[in-house]
Design a protein around this ligand. Structure first.
Ligand code: ZN
Length: 279
């Protein structure tokens, strides 16, 4: 409980001492911002449903409300649930990452029976030294069969691998944003809160995970997951702009780099973990 109570105006993000003042038991007045003269946080009076809708529409005001002016205690639960969802997608080879993997590593089928291989107009493939990691991913195809226990074990492996990717992502963003010129000092806890908030965009993968089947063409999967990825990118961009108040171009650059590093980490960690567990 050492976190200092400091609120921020949702409109201009200038610090405010309080969100409202009490004038007696039934009189409550919302504080006005000294900088922009607007109401510091109109969302404290709003219905949570409205706040959620504004968050989906990626309103920066709503994001500031959650990141700075609410407790948002359950962010770590959200973090774990979304990590499980992401793991599930990669584990059953049904994610943008899996499509990229099977396209670049040239897999034409996978364990769940549906094809995620997309024909590219140009010939792209994995650099030669990383080829061994490709075979580490392909491992599941031949050897697992129908042994449920190994399937389950592989889920934990993927979970750890996704976790490693996320740790890489958050630390890259945090270190780079703090070493360049940015206006806000962001404590790690607030970074985690912001990350979980933006990561909620993963929920848009659910329709494909639930209704996609072996008849779904890989292109449809690709477009769906690309759309989710684009939405998610904008969500992260907005949240990190709210959090660090860094320059636009820098934020985009850092995000691109850390997203790349995240997937690269997952790509290398899964085969390594499988190796350690000696399959
Ligand atoms: Zn203001």
């Amino acid at each position: 409980m050492t976190e200092k109570k400091e609120f921020k105006c949702v409109n201009c993000s200038v610090a405010a001492a309080a969100l409202y003042r009490n004038y007696g038991p039934s009189v409550l007045k919302l504080t006005k911002c000294e900088n922009c003269k607007g109401i510091v946080d109109k969302y404290i009076e709003y219905d949570p449903v409205i706040v959620v809708i504004d968050l989906v529409l990626m309103s920066r005001e709503a994001q500031r409300h959650i990141i700075y002016n609410t407790e948002f205690k359950s962010y770590w639960k959200l973090l774990i649930i979304l990590m499980l969802l992401e793991t599930y997608g990669v584990w059953r080879s049904d994610s943008l990452f899996s499509i990229a993997l099977s396209t670049l590593c040239d897999f034409h089928h996978n364990t769940t029976g549906h094809s995620t291989h997309v024909a590219l107009p140009i010939n792209l493939s994995i650099p030669e030294p990383w080829r061994t990691d490709c075979s580490g991913w392909a491992h599941t195809d031949k050897d697992i069969g129908s042994d449920l226990f190994i399937w389950e074990k592989d889920f934990y492996v993927q979970f750890l691998s996704i976790l490693a990717g996320i740790v890489m992502f958050i630390s890259t963003v945090h270190i780079m944003m703090n070493s360049f010129y940015t206006l806000n000092e962001a404590p790690l806890k607030r970074v985690l809160k912001s990350f979980s908030l933006a990561n909620v965009s993963l929920l848009f993968c659910i329709p494909m995970l639930v209704w996609g089947n072996s008849d779904t063409p890989p292109e449809t999967r690709l477009y769906h997951y690309l759309l989710v990825q684009a939405y998610s990118f904008v969500a992260f961009y907005n949240v990190f702009r709210v959090l660090y108040a860094g320059p636009r171009a820098l934020t985009v650059l850092v995000l691109l780099l850390s997203t790349g590093l995240k997937h690269l980490t997952t790509f290398h960690v899964t085969p390594a973990l499988r190796n350690v567990m000696q399959w």
